[in-house]
Ligand binder design. Structure first.
Ligand SMILES: O=C(CO)[C@@H](O)[C@H](O)[C@H](O)[C@H](O)COP(=O)(O)O
Length: 201
């Protein structure tokens, strides 16, 4: 089973390299949006929720290089709002209402779903589209509904949920690397700079 897992990951990750031009284009667009005060909203369920906040963390914090923070919100992470929306409006609205609350025309929604069938994620993408946001998806194999309702999508061709999630994380990191490249976030990180300064004292 372990060998099979890594073989599936190697194959899917190899195929995912073809997404490089799309990720670069997304990074260019995202840099323009965020530099102009726009926001990145991200949503997903389960493992994809973890990846959603992994992605936003790289923007409000930093990726490999030191740079300024950018506005990025994982839509599941406010547990009070999430549980209230779930309780008062139902599961379908848990992300869509967050999109209406935090999203503005021109902002970007990244929607993650390994199946491409999660109704709450699809509802978020439709809502974002309605209010004039740009919608991108990371999904499992195409065709799927989420990819169809978003402006653009990277669909990972892999046989199971776990492998799709693992490749999604690699794609997320590639997007972050491209974003740093586009925004000129070069140079050493703050932590590395401090270590260097201490080393020469
Ligand atoms: O992490 C896993 C399985 O690896 C699960 O938590 C998984 O994310 C959940 O079943 C999600 O509800 C699946 O949703 P989706 O990726 O199909 O949108």
């Amino acid at each position: 089973m372990i060998e099979e897992h890594f073989t599936a990951l190697e194959r899917a990750a190899g195929r995912a390299r073809m997404a490089a031009p799309v990720l670069h284009a997304w990074a260019v667009h995202l840099a323009a949006v965020l530099e102009n005060g726009g926001r990145l909203l991200v949503c997903g369920n389960g493992g994809s929720a973890a990846e959603a906040q992994h992605l936003t963390g790289e923007f409000t914090g930093r990726f490999l290089q030191d740079r300024k923070p950018y506005a990025a919100i994982p839509l599941h992470a406010d547990t009070s709002a999430f549980t209230a929306i779930l309780n008062d409006y139902g599961e379908q609205d848990v992300f869509a209402r967050g999109v209406r609350a935090h999203g503005r025309a021109g902002d970007v929604l990244v929607a993650l779903s390994t199946s491409g069938r999660s109704q709450n994620v699809i509802a978020a993408a439709k809502t974002a589209h309605e209010i004039g946001m740009t919608t991108w998806a990371f999904t499992g194999p195409a065709p799927n509904t989420l990819a169809a309702v978003c402006v653009d999508a990277v669909a990972v061709d892999a046989p199971n949920t776990a492998t799709v999630q693992e490749v999604h994380l690699a794609l997320i990191h590639a997007l972050c690397a491209a974003f740093d490249d586009v925004t000129g976030a070069t140079g050493i990180s703050a932590a590395d700079r401090t270590a260097q300064e201490e080393a020469v004292r």
